[in-house]
Write a protein that binds this ligand. Structure first.
Ligand code: HEC
Length: 176
């Protein structure tokens, strides 16, 4: 009798089952608002503890919805001068409300900001030419104004059109 293995009677067995159950349930329920089908594109080179430096993911997979045609046709009406660039830079690094862009997009724009490890899909890597050259100015304008629904990219309703264009001028300088 003592030789018969009775798994569930062992005090540890129950504990282990509970742990498994919790891990399973936790996984199934994590992030109900996340688009599950897109999970697989979490970047592999961007794990917790990586810090904010590095090249970021490039080319970066992108599933962002397209702006309506009238926005896609827009081009930046501002001239590229130091006044506009400095303004755009300030919004990106500190002034944008509710929170500065660099918190997610990283201070060098590589998409690896402080909050990035918790975000799926990840923030856009503005330093990646291959990805950025396919994103029209008007697309960026529309996303900045309206956000990208179902993602961490919130709508920046407080920014005036001019401010958004200033930021876009600055973003275009980040890809080398
Ligand atoms: C809380 C995190 C967060 C903040 C703050 C944030 N972003 Fe984003 N941003 C994201 C994420 C996540 C994406 C990717 C969205 C997607 O894949 O659809 C993104 C995508 C973008 C894109 C790409 C749009 C496209 O069509 O590919 C632009 C442009 C952008 N953000 C600009 C900004 C600007 C400008 C600011 C500051 C005014 C800002 N973001 C602040 C998280 C953030």
């Amino acid at each position: 009798m003592p030789q018969i293995f009775k798994p569930l009677s062992h005090p540890l067995a129950f504990f282990i089952l509970v742990v498994f159950a919790l891990v399973y349930v936790g996984d199934a329920y994590s992030g109900p608002s996340v688009r599950h089908g897109l999970r697989q594109y979490r970047q592999h080179d961007m794990h917790h503890g990586m810090g904010h430096v590095g090249k970021g993911s490039c080319p970066q997979v992108r599933y962002t919805a397209d702006a309506p045609d009238k926005f896609l046709k827009l081009t930046n009406p501002l001239v590229l001068n130091s006044k506009n660039l400095t303004a755009g830079e300030s919004f990106f690094h500190t002034d944008a409300q509710p929170t500065a862009c660099k918190v997610c997009h990283g201070s060098v724009g590589n998409g690896m900001g402080m909050m990035a490890p918790g975000l799926n899909p990840p923030p856009r890597n503005f330093t990646c030419t291959e990805t950025m050259e396919n994103i029209p100015d008007g697309q960026m304008f529309w996303i900045i104004k309206n956000g990208s629904s179902g993602t961490g990219m919130v709508a920046f309703k407080s920014l005036k059109d001019k401010h958004v264009w200033q930021i876009i001028l600055y973003l275009r300088t980040l890809a080398k």
